[in-house]
Design a protein around this ligand. Structure first.
Ligand code: PEP
Ligand code: MN
Length: 271
């Protein structure tokens, strides 16, 4: 593995933990970041926030700048979605994350959310990595769709060497020859990066499998290997979702998942 001084420095320091006041990631707890693939309306986000809160979580997701494969697919609400995310966090006291796709938008996005997300397709957008590295906002760095573990850690190094050490790695599946699932969720990579770095690592079984029926079993697996949390797509009515409905769970399934997470926390020694 190439020289990664920031990653290596972390090896000798204590484990990176990121405290948001309402919740912490990387402290031995298991974070569940839940919400729709895309922010569609205030009602949708508020309904979801209430459920997230009632079930005992504080972390929410919702994309408003969407990197869609087809230019004709819903591209997200853009800046209007940022206002909805900001209102949601204020109203429900939740920690929100959203993807930032361009360097020009980094500052404005950082004003409205608590965690910046670098999407898989932008994992090696070096200008973007440097720009988020110059903020003090925590960053979720998703693994590139065809990136090696070393490239993923090198991308984290880009952010950290600019000054921002608050990086959370997210395994979201990689592209393989297999077509049955949307991606191949590489859980051994989670173990590998946990051995090499002291950064928190979370798992995204929604994009990792592309199938709602696999989210709960893969969440269990993430807990069994000691991941610091999961990021999952939850929608009030997945069949009507404007993006990724097939890999989004409804509130009933989310409730079941949260009950299972609660039960397994004891089994796998989470705090
Ligand atoms: C997302 O989480 O909204 C997303 C687009 O995921 P990825 O970048 O992993 O494809
Ligand atoms: Mn999605």
């Amino acid at each position: 593995m190439n020289a990664l001084p920031e990653i290596k420095k972390m090896e000798t320091a204590h484990k990176t933990t990121i405290d948001f006041g309402r919740g912490t990631i990387g402290d031995g707890s298991f974070a569940v970041i839940a919400g729709p693939c895309a922010v569609e309306s205030r009602e949708q986000m508020f309904m979801t926030a209430k459920v997230v809160r009632d079930l005992g979580s504080v972390f929410m997701r919702g994309g408003t700048f969407k990197p869609r494969t087809m230019p004709y697919s819903f591209q997200g609400l853009g800046v209007d979605g940022l206002y909805i995310l900001d209102e949601t966090r204020k109203q429900y006291d939740v920690v929100v994350t959203t993807e930032v796709m361009s360097t020009e938008m980094v500052e404005v996005v950082a004003k409205h959310v608590d965690i910046l997300q670098i999407g898989s397709r932008n994992m090696q957008n070096f200008d973007l990595l440097k720009k988020v590295g110059r903020t003090s906002t925590p960053v979720i760095l998703k693994r590139g769709l065809s990136s090696t573990i070393e490239e993923w850690l090198a991308a984290a190094e880009y952010i950290m060497c600019e000054g921002n050490k608050k990086v959370i790695l997210c395994e979201r599946g990689i592209r393989t020859f297999e077509k049955y699932t949307r991606n191949t969720l590489d859980l051994s990579a989670v173990l590998a990066v946990k051995q090499i770095s002291h950064l928190p690592v979370i798992v995204d079984p929604s994009h990792g499998t592309g199938r709602k029926d696999m989210i709960l079993p893969m969440a269990r697996a993430a807990m069994a290997i000691g991941a610091d949390g999961i990021m999952i797509e939850v929608h009030p009515r997945p069949e009507e979702a404007l993006s990724d409905g097939e890999q989004s769970i409804n509130f009933d399934h989310f409730t079941q998942l949260m009950q299972e997470v609660e039960r397994l926390k004891k089994v796998f020694h989470y705090c």
